[in-house]
Ligand binder design. Structure first.
Ligand code: CAA
Ligand code: NAI
Length: 696
């Protein structure tokens, strides 16, 4: 294997190239290579400067995350960076691609920084549940000030070269994109000016009032509720302002170690890798996808408009089909309005907006406009009759090889596929609302879907900047199926004695952005009502059916859209709807239930046990390929707190035996809802975890 760190001497300049594909992460071999190079420079009298750059697509994109949680091997990154900073020769970091995390820390330990125009910078550690633990919290405030450092480190956001220059993070933007040449040119200029080492550690942090840190802590306590890393980030930056460099560094290390040992760090790193792992689907390995340049969207309602906008924002050609002329005109206007909102929010330039409307978008009521479409995505009403009619028409007009996709939430994709003469070209592409914002895409593979078609679904997701998860056919696929189940557990907690408001409060404090009853109000209570009515004929007589939601609907309260549901939505704010408690009390009385005290912990236990238990069935039935596919679905489509890693990661953390015990405990009250999933029981018996299945 070639060495990840190589040194070449160009005139009197040592040039260090880092080549550790794909992202030049600072794995042990890279750290050791850099250490050896700098050790050798100490005795070289013929050298005048050192340039460090990354080969291929990027400078160093950070520490090697795969090494986290394993025994650390020397040299440690903080020590290596101190060594680089101590070098007697001026050290220049030449930056391109993404200088992230430990990569940016290496750059800040160098004495000067030059970047190509397209380079990006950031300290994303907080998103992994840690902090920049190799001097980043001490050097960034010295270079760019405390305010910038606090904001950049607690958000983890990336910045471009212009902003980096403005705040003082880099010294120069090169005119060339050739990063090696840019580094050499800067080194020569510095030498010509007689510049020597300029150590970041020697810079003085501009004084700041102590209240700045208290305010930052309070802000993050609210914004990143329950999360440890943002608080430790702030404490570390505070150290840069209040302690000598060496002490600040030692404190940063201690705060870093504390995070490294936390479940939150493990969960966030699980999420990072799981989101990359979901794209690894055996059946499409090595399969070439078909074209995805021209897409058709059928139905210009909530979802169709969002899907069309998503395609247009990603540079695709989009044809939207509605039922009739007026509906086509109206949905065309809604797409334009969605794009205009993107312009107003600075996400799309006016020029691109004009270009899209002139060349890449049209709305029509004529299916013949789809003859050239590579992929057609149906998003009409959730009715099998309507969908069958649409697929029959698509089969008649679409070119051979075109992919016919449905955005259905629950319906049987195999049945839809049978409406066409080409079931192998039919697939589910299940977007989430709003479709141009939400990153999850469930790719639903029907019995006859060809691997090439599945591969094309994944390729399209990538173009749309979505995270795609493979799902099998069942009522609700991965996400909605699990949702239906844990939603019943929430109703069960209410029947047992909690109020819907207790349930919402407990789950918000667990980490959800919104409680499930507030979410129902937002989505519209009539939607769940319609589904319950549809499923009523097939309902199992053993099911404990909570009726209080139906009572609200019968009274005409559909949630936000009618101003009242579980909550009352008034001009002066939102409050709990006391009427709900009467409906709940009547429901309990009719069922002969005596309400008892339900603790916050019990609410969380019920919610999580129901979610994990059903998810175990989803995995066992092959609806989800692995537990990690469930985690990615819940994290990106259902607001599950990322710092808990997803329900399966959570279950591994608290112990599968605890989840199984909870399922059995709640079964004493409702044996039908709480049937232990065989996979869960088996893993407990074998002493295994969901992670074992991920790694299998
Ligand atoms: N360590 C190990 N592997 C990494 C990695 C890292 N820091 N960053 C990316 N990878 C891997 C990915 O897992 C992926 O592997 P597979 O192909 O096997 O799935 C591969 O590199 C390519 O990654 P992406 O698919 O994400 O490629 P991209 O081009 O879309 O994005 C990127 C590139 C912007 C660098 C993105 O990968 C990224 O954001 N990486 C994480 C960067 C980061 O968080 N760095 C900080 C690390 S923590 C740190 O540095 C701590 C410290 O101070 C000591
Ligand atoms: P919607 O009611 O807002 O829009 C449906 C649109 O389809 C209407 O504009 C209607 O005029 C049009 N339409 C009906 N029949 C048509 C036909 N034959 N040809 C062309 N257009 C036709 O519905 P929504 O919410 O957009 O849902 C659409 C689909 O997406 C459903 O299958 C739904 O289950 C699914 N879905 C909905 C989500 C949501 O949050 N709303 C999330 C994910 C999927």
């Amino acid at each position: 294997m070639s060495q990840p760190v190589s040194v070449e001497i160009h005139e009197n300049i040592a040039i260090i190239a880092i080549a550790n594909p794909p992202v030049n992460a600072l794995s042990h071999a890279v750290r050791a290579g850099l250490e050896a190079a700098f050790a050798e420079f100490a005795s070289r009298l013929d050298l005048a400067a050192v340039v460090i750059y990354g080969t291929d697509r990027t400078f160093i994109a950070g520490a090697d995350i795969r090494e986290f949680g394993k025994p650390v091997q020397e040299p440690l990154l903080p020590d290596l960076i101190n060594r680089i900073e101590s070098c007697h020769l001026p050290v220049i970091a030449a930056l391109h691609g993404t200088a992230l995390g430990g990569g940016l820390e290496v750059a800040m330990g160098a004495h000067y920084r030059v970047a190509v125009q397209s380079a990006r910078f950031g300290l994303p550690e907080v998103t992994l549940g840690i902090l920049p633990g190799a001097g980043g919290t001490q050097r960034l405030p010295r270079l760019a000030g405390v305010d910038f450092a606090l904001e950049a480190i607690t958000s983890g956001r990336q910045i471009g070269a212009q902003e980096a220059l403005k705040v003082g993070l880099i010294d120069r933007i090169s005119t060339t994109e050739d990063v090696r040449a840019a580094g050499i040119a800067f080194a020569k200029d510095l030498l010509a000016e007689g510049k020597g080492p300029r150590r970041t550690r020697d810079l003085v942090v501009d004084p700041v009032a102590p209240e700045v840190f208290e305010a930052a802590k309070a802000k993050m306590a609210k914004k990143a509720r329950g999360q440890l890393a943002p608080q430790n980030c702030i404490k570390a930056v505070e150290g840069a302002a209040t302690l000598p460099f060496a002490q600040g560094l030692a404190q940063e290390r201690a705060l870093f170690q504390e995070l490294m040992e936390s479940d939150q760090r493990a969960a966030l790193i699980h999420a990072f890798f799981a989101e990359r792992q979901v794209a690894k689907v055996p059946e499409i390995n090595g399969v070439t996808p078909r074209a995805t340049d021209k897409i058709g969207v059928i139905g210009g309602g909530t979802m169709g408009v969002g899907i069309a906008a998503s395609g247009l924002l990603a540079g695709l050609d989009v044809t939207l089909i509605e039922r009739d002329g007026p509906a086509a005109l109206m949905s065309g206007d809604r797409v334009r309005k969605t794009l205009k909102d993107s312009v107003n929010r600075g996400k799309l330039s006016q020029d691109s907006y004009d270009e899209i409307l002139a060349n890449r978008f049209r709305a029509s009521n004529d299916y013949k406009a789809l003859v050239e479409a590579d992929v057609v995505i149906e998003a009409v009403f959730e009715s099998m009759e309507v969908k069958k009619d649409v697929f029959t028409q698509l089969d008649a007009v679409c070119k051979p090889g075109a992919i016919l996709a449905s955005n259905t939430s629950y319906l049987d994709l195999n049945e839809i596929a049978q409406m066409t003469s080409r079931p192998s070209d039919v697939i589910g592409l299940h977007f989430f609302s709003p479709a141009h914002v939400m990153r999850l895409l469930e790719i639903v593979v029907a019995d006859q879907t060809a691997p090439e078609v599945t591969a094309t679904g994944f390729a399209l997701a990538k173009r749309l900047n979505k995270i795609a998860v493979r799902a099998g056919v069942c009522d609700g696929f991965i996400g909605n199926r699990i949702l239906s189940h844990y939603r019943k557990a929430c109703d069960g907690a209410v029947l047992a004695g909690a109020s819907p408001f207790d349930v919402d409060r407990a789950l918000v404090s667990f980490g959800l952005a919104m409680g499930p009853f507030a979410v129902s109000d937002l989505a519209g209570l009539d939607i769940g009502w319609a589904t319950r009515k549809r499923l009523a004929p097939t309902r199992d007589p053993r099911e404990v059916y909570a009726e209080f939601a139906d009572r609200l609907c019968e009274a005409g309260h559909f949630g936000r859209k009618t101003g009242m549901g579980y909550y009352v939505y008034a001009e002066d704010g939102t409050r709990e709807n006391a009427e709900v408690l009467d409906h709940v009390a009547a429901d309990r009385a009719a069922k002969g239930i005596t309400a008892r005290e339900i603790s916050e912990q019990e609410i969380v236990d019920r919610y999580m046990a129901a979610m994990v238990n059903e998810a175990a069935r989803v995995v066992e039935e092959g609806i989800a390929l692995r537990p990690l596919d469930v985690d990615v679905t819940l994290l990106n489509g259902y607001g599950f707190p990322r710092w808990r890693g997803g329900p399966m990661q959570y279950a591994d953390t608290v112990g599968l035996d605890k989840i199984l015990r909870d399922v059995k405990r709640f079964a004493e009250e409702d044996a039908f809802l709480w049937q232990p999933a065989p996979l869960l029981a088996r893993l407990v018996a074998e002493g295994k975890t969901f992670a074992d299945l991920n790694n299998a």
